[in-house]
Design a protein around this ligand. Structure first.
Ligand SMILES: Nc1nc2c(ncn2[C@@H]2O[C@H](COP(=O)(O)OP(=O)(O)OP(=O)(O)O)[C@@H](O)[C@H]2O)c(=O)[nH]1
Ligand SMILES: [Mg+2]
Length: 221
């Protein structure tokens, strides 16, 4: 019996769609940020606290297996949002390309793509984004970066969310930070509480600077 790996051709096709998305983002002057995490780490809550405090015209594409709960939450804070129901455990580049035909990004400076809650599969799919951000929920433990390294090392920034809950757990935020940096030495690690607002200024400063740099690089290119 001959074994055929499907992963390589599937990802190769995905890369072609991702390249097309990248061109479309650039043509529109939009910087795209792919936000990934395990389910419930706080991606949507972080976005609710971010979108009206960042000096760019924003729009959001939400990826969830079912429901439009997250897109409704984003619209409720006054930001245009489009919901994709994936039925599977990650977004891929074709889904984003298809979404942009129904949800044009003309005039959008910052397009946030909230991926399906899953700490493994989304990391394998390039969406054509400029920046990748991982949100990690502190109470889930200090050792997870070593057990599930890929999403951590592929992300430009790792937001350690829910630090308000750290005192009620046995998780050391310092040990967690060290484990993130052990697998992803170049990642920027920002502890925050999307509930209390602690650390959000550092996150907003990082995002504003990086989106500004990406926009400047696109204008010069
Ligand atoms: N205590 C505390 N709770 C938080 C924080 N951020 C988010 N939550 C709560 O965590 C739960 C999940 O938050 P969401 O923002 O829906 O998480 P998500 O990553 O978008 O979830 P999925 O999209 O379903 O993967 C909600 O009950 C939030 O109120 C935080 O910083 N501290
Ligand atoms: Mg969400």
């Amino acid at each position: 019996m001959q074994r055929v790996s499907l992963e390589t051709p599937v990802l190769k096709k995905n890369d072609e769609y991702a390249a097309a998305n990248r061109s479309l983002f650039a043509q529109n002057g939009a910087v795209a940020v792919n936000i990934m995490s395990a389910p419930g780490a706080g991606k949507t809550t972080l976005l609710e606290k971010t979108l009206n405090r960042i000096p760019f015209r924003c729009a959001v594409i939400e990826g969830d297996i079912q429901t439009s709960i997250d897109a409704d939450r984003i619209r409720a804070v006054g930001i245009p949002a489009h919901q994709i129901n994936t039925t599977c455990c990650h977004l891929d580049a074709k889904m984003i390309g298809d979404a942009m035909r129904q949800f044009p990004i003309t005039g959008v400076e910052l397009l946030i793509i909230e991926n399906v809650g899953n700490m493994v599969c989304p990391a394998a799919y390039d969406l054509g984004e400029n920046l990748r951000v991982m949100v990690y929920s502190v109470p889930e433990g200090a050792e997870k970066p070593r057990k599930y390294p890929r999403m951590f090392y592929q992300s430009h920034c790792v937001v350690l969310n829910k630090i308000d809950l750290a005192p009620y757990t046995d998780v050391s935020v310092e040990e967690l930070k060290a484990n993130v940096l052990a697998v992803s030495p170049n990642a920027v690690v920002i502890p925050v509480s999307s509930r209390t607002g602690e650390g959000l200024d550092a996150w907003l400063e990082w995002l504003t600077a990086k989106v500004g740099e990406a926009r400047a690089a696109a204008i010069c290119a």
